[in-house]
Design a binder for this molecule. Structure first.
Ligand SMILES: *Cc1c(COP(=O)(O)O)cnc(C)c1O
Length: 347
């Protein structure tokens, strides 16, 4: 089967820039951003800072770099941060905070990624010669391993208030903050108001080919710029890719509601198939995770058979499969996905 004909639900990172986005990129005005002279990067950074209600923002090549710079901004060697057990910063970024900064993470098991204020009771280490120093709380919204769940706004508010009252900093991994904002009607700036720093991605549901940004107070973002260079993240005529991100912010945020509706449609089809079970059962945004009963084989085997029917999904555990809706899987194709799933199950 031609790869063009496969419906690729593995991740919202599989989007390719649209012709209009490519045109915006081709026409971008550029300069050397290591010298801080790229006008398109400046425009993007100002727009992101404004959308997140922060003083400044820094364009970085990836969300991982953005998060790791943030942890390093808030923590020194021998410091600890609190995070959810399934979060991206802890699980999917090579523990860069430890490799690079001698920083320790303490994980808290949430409910499909969702944390509550009660989880934080007694989580601050005492000040003494035995302990690492607790410095930071990180939250992830929406939560990737939690199947795109939105952290309830009241929890976020209470957890961050608790952190600040106890002298801790707060960082939001908002790789999919845009999805949380569209799903709840709560603006990115309102979500961000509770955090010292916020990381957002342009290369997920927004459909840009490259890039993330870290936003926060001006002095912190100035330091973040030095840390970016330290990690090799200084880029030259980065306006070319910043233009893709700008285009995405201007044109692809509101349409995320279509991805959410598509995910709900897909989930309701999966819910009706014997042997498949949604985990969690609720669909908040653009992700669906489901368990495949052992009689149907492993998740990997299920995905292989599904691919033969023209639909790609991602095994994310022995019996768990993930499907993510995005710009490059049109909502009209949900029928084809449903058909492929029922054929895969009867075999
Ligand atoms: C994708 C993702 C990131 C960053 O990933 P990069 O591939 O490094 O851009 C960070 N956090 C979450 C929750 C993500 O899903």
């Amino acid at each position: 089967m031609n790869t063009e004909d496969i419906l690729d639900y593995r991740s919202d990172t599989f989007t390719r820039p649209t012709p209009a986005m490519r045109a915006a990129m081709a026409e971008a005005e550029v300069g050397d951003d290591v010298f801080d002279e790229d006008p398109t990067v400046h425009r993007l950074q100002e727009k992101v800072a404004a959308m997140l209600g922060k003083e400044a923002a820094l364009f970085v090549p990836s969300g991982s770099m953005s998060n790791q710079i943030a942890v390093r901004l808030h923590c020194d060697g021998g410091d600890e941060f609190l995070c959810e057990a399934g979060c991206h910063i802890y699980n999917y970024e090579q523990g860069t905070f430890a490799q690079w900064g001698g920083v320790v993470a303490r994980t808290i098991q949430g409910d499909h990624g969702v944390l509550k204020p009660e989880h934080f009771v007694d989580m601050i280490r005492p000040e003494n010669d035995h302990s690492v120093r607790t410095r930071l709380v990180t939250l992830e919204n929406t939560h990737n391993r939690g199947a795109g769940r939105v952290q309830p706004y009241g929890h976020v508010e209470a957890i961050c208030r608790w952190a600040h009252d106890h002298g801790l900093r707060t960082h939001l991994d908002g790789a999919r903050l845009w999805n949380a904002a569209v799903a709840t009607g709560i603006s990115p700036a309102r979500w961000s108001a509770h955090f010292d720093t916020v990381s957002v991605c342009f290369s997920k549901g927004l459909g840009a080919p490259v890039g993330s940004a870290l936003a926060g107070p001006r002095d912190m973002i100035r330091r973040a710029r030095r840390l970016r260079k330290c990690l090799g993240g200084g880029m030259r005529q980065a306006g070319i890719i910043a233009a893709g991100a700008l285009y995405a912010l201007e044109n692809h945020v509101d349409r995320l509601c279509e991805d959410h509706a598509h995910a709900r449609q897909l989930a309701s089809a999966i819910r009706d198939v014997p042997g498949l079970e949604l985990v969690p059962p609720e669909i908040d945004t653009n992700m669906v995770i489901f368990r495949v009963a052992e009689q149907l084989g492993t998740a990997a085997e299920f995905c292989e058979r599904l691919k033969a029917e023209g639909v790609s999904m991602l095994p994310v555990g022995r019996q768990l499969v993930r499907a993510v809706t995005h710009l490059d899987v049109p909502a009209e194709s949900v029928g084809k996905a449903e058909e492929a799933i029922s054929k895969t199950v009867v075999r």
